[in-house]
Design a protein around this ligand. Structure first.
Ligand code: BES
Ligand code: ZN
Ligand code: ZN
Length: 498
């Protein structure tokens, strides 16, 4: 989809008309340049109550020689938010068929730049399918490359064009995250992810990518990453992205869980739906996608990202339940369940983050089934050692329509994770209750103090458990199926708007 902004009054191709519930005729401000027969056709449909303009609904009008129209509902005028405009845009894209032709013109009734921008964003976000592995059918008639023109008034043109340009860049980030997540695990393993990051960075002068390979990870003492990845023929690695590294001062630092396939290891998972564990690298995909969004929108601040890549396999080289490993922090961990592997790779990623003296650290991980039990597919679990910071992330999520719900970091959970008989800490809670919270409490032990000082202040940190939101959400209008690319937009917003 190619999307442009213009103040022209022409209607090229199919007209897209967003309408409030209760509209009985074409709004006056939309009438300019509208062929009479098309207008009367729309007016008849609206006055007969055949299209009620409820949220996310669409109706196509074919017929008249004067062109076609897609009517799209915004719901009631008084409770219609920017999110509803985004959803309406996505609903239009979801309904585009070959019969609508290759050109669309969207005409709003005094919607305002923010709402028009959100509509365009929704159209672009929903314009995604993952069909790299399907044979191309030349007769495939539902696939059309469409060009969309968003019309506005002259006074709005510049601001809207800038907004749409930014959304285009952000969408690239979301779609990259989705591509990475959707890629089958035989083709997406740590080395492939690292190669992709390396190749990607070549396109940008202001981004450096460093790969810490398996041997280097062993030498560096990354015992968590090594223990999880050593059972696989596809060896683990850590990939570090640095954007605008020469900018002075502290910067945001993102850490991602990147398990390219999670079998559970020796603590093998049951077979049902195990294929979904290809998405267990969703944290790293979020981080990579966010870097892409920042790069595409020309972000000038410094940002660092660390992705911890491994495949969790059972084999004669795999770690065992009962093993004690030494992580990069020097802390030892009794591995009681090899399926609680995300926290092990993250322990090294979080500790490594301290080297960059960041302003704050946020980690992203498809960490626990328990988080899905708690919040379903509707919200990401959000923990932080700083209440204000947690609120900022929660609000950034609300601003872009991606919910991240506050969850508690309680000392009792931390205590539960430290009472190993033979090591400093353990990777499994005492029981299954509060599993998402015990996992977060485990991670907190690996968030370094500033300058790694023993009694210093712990770096501001947040943990986002995306186990329920990285895939499988049925209510996410921006996504048909597969990986969602969630939180690329949240974090881009957090970093660029504050
Ligand atoms: N990748 C899984 C978490 C997961 C499960 C995400 C289902 C999405 C859907 C993670 O590595 C895991 O297996 N966690 C265990 C932890 C347990 C052994 C303490 C879990 O949630 O069962
Ligand atoms: Zn696991
Ligand atoms: Zn996992």
């Amino acid at each position: 989809m190619e999307l442009n902004v213009s103040a022209s009054e022409n209607i090229n191709g199919t007209l897209v008309l967003p309408l409030y519930q209760g509209s009985e005729s074409v709004p006056e401000s939309c009438e300019v340049g509208m062929p009479a027969s098309l207008k009367s056709q729309i007016n008849r449909v609206l006055s007969d109550g055949d299209f009620k303009a409820k949220k996310k609904t669409t109706m196509t009008l074919f017929g008249g020689e004067d062109g076609k129209a897609i009517l799209v509902g915004l719901g009631k005028n008084d409770d219609c938010t920017t999110h509803d405009f985004r959803k309406a845009g996505a609903a239009v894209t979801a309904g585009i068929k070959k019969s609508h032709g290759s050109e669309l013109t969207v005409r709003f009734d005094k919607a305002g730049v923010a709402n028009m921008g959100a509509f365009a964003e929704g159209m672009m976000l929903r314009d995604y399918s993952y069909d790299n592995y399907k044979q191309k059918d030349e007769e495939d008639d539902e696939k059309v490359e469409v060009s969309v023109r968003i019309t506005c008034t002259e006074g709005e043109e510049e601001e809207l064009a800038k907004l749409v340009k930014d959304y285009k860049g952000i969408c690239k980030g979301v779609h990259l995250s989705r591509d990475l997540g959707n890629c089958p695990p035989n083709d997406m393993y740590p080395e492939v992810f690292a190669d992709m990051a390396w190749e990607w960075a070549k396109d940008f002068d202001n981004v450096d990518v460093t790969i810490i390979n398996y041997d280097q990870a062993i030498k560096a003492g990354m015992g968590g990453l090594v223990a999880v990845g050593m059972g696989s023929a596809r060896k683990p690695c850590m990939v570090i992205f640095e954007m605008n590294k020469h900018v002075e001062g502290r910067c945001p630092l993102l850490v991602g869980k990147g398990i390219t396939f999670d079998t559970g290891g020796i603590s093998l998972k049951p077979g049902t739906n195990m294929d979904e564990m290809k998405y267990d690298m969703g944290g790293s995909a979020t981080v990579f996608g966010t870097m892409e969004a920042l790069a595409q929108t020309g972000h000038e601040g410094k940002v660092v990202a660390i992705t911890c890549m491994a495949e969790n396999m059972p084999s004669s080289n795999a770690q065992r339940p009962g093993d004690v490993i030494t992580t990069l922090s020097g802390k030892t961990v009794e591995v009681l369940n090899t399926d609680a592997e995300g926290r092990l790779v993250l322990s090294d990623g979080l500790w490594k983050a301290g080297e960059y003296d960041p302003e704050y650290i946020i980690d992203f991980a498809t960490l626990t089934g328990a988080c899905v039990v708690a919040l379903g597919h509707e919200a990401t679990g959000l923990w932080s050692n700083d209440d204000d910071f947690r609120t900022r992330i929660h609000e950034a999520g609300n601003d872009v329509g991606e919910l991240a719900w506050p969850m508690p970091l309680l000392p009792a959970f931390e205590k539960e994770m430290t009472n190993s008989k033979i090591a400093d800490t353990r990777n499994l809670g005492a029981g299954r209750w509060g599993g998402a919270n015990t996992a977060a409490a485990f991670l907190k032990q690996f968030v370094p103090n500033r300058g790694y000082e023993k009694d210093g202040e712990q770096i501001t940190w947040a943990h986002m458990d995306i186990a329920g939101t990285y895939w499988g959400s049925k209510t996410n209008t921006m996504v048909k199926d597969g990986a969602t690319g969630v939180h690329v937009r949240t974090i881009h917003h957090l970093i660029t708007k504050s």
